[in-house]
Design a protein around this ligand. Structure first.
Ligand code: APR
Length: 428
């Protein structure tokens, strides 16, 4: 019997129960089968939809370029063919690691392996008037559908939060002809994710499309008309911005409540080890809800690990969990990468930019095609490419190589960095 068959046979009578049916959960179900898990796989999610592609919601799905049939991550047949039991619209109320059971209403499910892939939810805005009609957020497909209904009639849109969600929504709605303003409490856009020159570039791009940007002020209240519809946003200094639609994108918070109630260790995310194991036996956690030890953490002295909100991280963690379940060593995480589309700009980011000490640009910002590298101690730690997919892919390799790259080489468009990296790797 091959090792694969032996492991499949050993797992034949086991139940793998996955709570959360988005990227991480769906990937784990498939990866576990692929790795030879031979038992029952149950994928439970509280949303009624087949697991779907979330990034489209604030881009092509909102603009109308993409319809709902294009959203599912996998077809229903994919799950059927792999004997993955989908329980959709099924919210798990509690988990009981001591008994290896979970509870959904009056139903109790037994498991051998439990994987929490509960994701994150939009952080709620806490101001008077937030319950008015026309005040929406964007995280789920249901959120996106509500927004798609109201957006076409909206003339003045107030976007709260200058992060990726807010800016992608602003780009789509401004392109559709709405008058859009963005309210950001920080002193600039994308403070969490981008260095200042890139944020400035994006701010200028939005301004050129007619989007008004307000920085450094909290929203004091939202005001409604006699019909209970939002009609204005009041800033801390008293400025009143008329609007008929408000969309909030002020970050997310990890869904850790099931874990916390079961006594599982959490720290802005469910704490896991390199194999995705939580503090409870036979319970793993993956995806946006999990905080993992990470080789690309900006500060190696920081032992808290990282809670990454990305599809790449969800997929990698799912594969690591599948390995753990099958008794194999978990593959380590790769260099983190992310992307955002706004207007005709494709922004691709690699690495984590915190604590970089030098920025180097290749290409001309005015051309709309360039890469900014962030160096930490001479090594490339992060890269931000606008409409430069080749340089983005190469940047991931440069970061992974952890080698020092002379800034002059990075900046010189004549230098073939791929060839340079090859010869540097040979010489190492
Ligand atoms: N008013 C205005 N702005 C606020 C407020 C507030 N009350 N609170 C927070 N902000 C700003 C933050 O300063 C930040 O710039 O909102 C922005 C939120 O940005 P992110 O934290 O990046 O979150 P968001 O854009 O909502 O994206 C949520 O989806 O696309 C993914 O990568 C993204 O994982 C992230 C998630």
């Amino acid at each position: 019997m091959s090792e694969h068959d032996a492991r499949a046979s050993a797992s034949k009578h086991a139940t793998l129960l996955i709570v959360g049916a988005s990227y991480a959960g769906a990937q784990l179900a498939g990866s576990a089968r692929e790795a030879g898990f031979g038992g029952r796989i149950v994928l439970c999610g509280d949303e009624p939809h087949l697991p779907y592609q979330r990034p489209h919601l604030s881009k092509g799905y909102l603009s109308g370029a993409l319809d709902a049939t294009r959203l599912p991550l996998r077809s229903a047949e994919y799950y059927r063919e792999r004997d993955i039991e989908l329980q959709l619209g099924a919210r798990i109320d509690a988990i009981d690691p001591a008994r290896r059971q979970v509870h959904r209403g009056a139903v109790t499910l037994d498991y051998d392996w439990l994987v929490l892939a509960t994701g994150a939810r939009a952080r709620p805005l806490n101001v008077p008037g937030v319950g008015l009609q026309g005040v929406l957020t964007l995280r789920s497909l249901d959120d996106a559908e509500r927004l798609r209904v109201l957006a076409p009639a909206a003339r003045k849109v107030c976007v709260v939060g200058g992060g990726f969600i807010g800016l992608e929504v602003a780009a789509v709605l401004a392109t559709a002809g709405a008058e859009v303003c963005v309210l950001e409490t920080g002193e600039r856009l994308l403070m969490r994710s981008l260095p200042a020159p890139l944020a400035g570039y994006l701010a200028a791009t939005h301004a050129a499309r007619g989007v008004t940007l307000h920085y450094g002020q909290a929203l004091r209240a939202l005001h409604g008309d006699n019909n209970g519809r939002v009609c204005g946003a009041e800033l801390a200094d008293g400025t009143l911005l008329p609007c008929d639609l408000v969309v909030t994108g002020i970050g997310v918070q990890a869904n850790v409540e099931l874990a916390t109630a079961a006594g599982i260790a959490c720290d802005d995310g469910i704490v896991v080890d390199a194999g995705m194991a939580t503090s409870a036996p036979q319970v793993l956690a993956i995806g946006d809800c999990a905080r993992q030890p990470h080789p690309w953490t900006p500060d190696p002295g920081d032992l808290r690990g990282l809670r990454l909100e990305s599809i790449q991280a969800a997929n990698e963690m799912a594969r690591a969990a599948a390995a753990t379940i099958m008794g194999r060593p978990a593959p380590p995480p790769g260099v983190p990468w992310f992307w955002s589309d706004q207007y005709d700009l494709k922004l691709q980011m690699a690495g984590l930019g915190a604590a970089t000490d030098t920025l180097v640009t290749r290409g001309d910002l005015h051309s709309g095609k360039f890469t900014v590298w962030g160096l930490r101690g001479g090594r490339v730690a992060a890269a931000y490419s606008i409409n430069r997919p080749g340089e983005h892919l190469l940047s991931r390799k440069l970061i992974a190589a952890r080698c020092a790259v002379p800034p002059a080489l990075l900046a010189d468009p004549q230098v073939d960095l791929g060839a340079w990296l090859q010869s540097a790797s040979k010489g190492a």
